[in-house]
Design a protein around this ligand. Structure first.
Ligand code: ADP
Length: 190
């Protein structure tokens, strides 16, 4: 599965819970990059400036990271991707990767949250997250890049009948309940 939604939609939080419940790894490209930055690995050094400014890491770099991660043992029976794919080139790379392994996507969860609420949440998160990209300017830049580069992926996956819309507004636990119900419905329908 994939979880898709703008920065601040709550993907990371929800993905962690849902993946744990289903016994599959939660794979967040953002977490992988931040971990590498923290450990000052060559990858971390390469991508730090990009994350700080809110831009996207080049597709070739990101695709390789994901290919390596999905090749690990714990991902062989399924996974929940969070923050990937983010571009059409990444969609294509993931398609090829999965086809090569004889795997297919079951669902693309789309978390929907109003733009105004998104910025408010991120500004609030900035007070505690310590994330260099949680400043108001960078937050707006990330929303803009999301709209331009990533929002079109919803259309791509809609055409494949994979998108499961979930209202991401309100209490965290209410959102988790909605995701659970939506996934159960998909499983029952297919
Ligand atoms: P958010 O959803 O709040 O923007 P993430 O943790 O998903 O946060 O991503 C943080 C940053 O990591 C992004 O702004 C981008 O710089 C980089 N990143 C994460 N995933 C990708 C990806 N699939 N392609 C390119 N860059 C990525």
């Amino acid at each position: 599965m994939i979880i898709l939604g703008p920065p601040g939609a709550g993907k990371g939080t929800q993905a962690e819970l849902i993946a744990a419940e289903r016994g599959i790894p939660h794979i967040s490209t953002g977490d992988i990059f931040r971990d590498n930055i923290k450990r000052e690995t060559p990858l971390g050094v390469q991508v730090k400036g990009i994350l700080d400014s809110g831009g996207y890491v080049p597709d070739e770099v990101t695709n390789e990271i994901v290919a390596d991660r999905l090749a690990q043992d714990d991902a062989k029976d399924g996974f929940l991707l969070d923050g990937y794919p983010r571009t059409l080139a990444q969609v294509k790379a993931l398609d090829e990767l999965l086809a090569g392994d004889g795997h297919a996507l079951d669902a693309v969860l789309e978390l929907q949250v109003d733009e105004q609420e998104l910025v408010q949440r991120l500004v609030k998160r900035a007070e505690t997250s310590g994330r260099a990209d949680d400043t108001e300017d960078v937050i707006r830049e990330r929303q803009e890049i999301y709209r331009r580069e990533t929002a079109p992926l919803v259309q791509t996956y809609t055409e494949r009948d994979l998108v499961v819309d979930v209202d991401g507004m309100g209490e965290m636990s209410a959102v988790t309940d909605r995701i659970r119900a939506a996934l159960d419905k998909v499983a029952a329908d297919r």
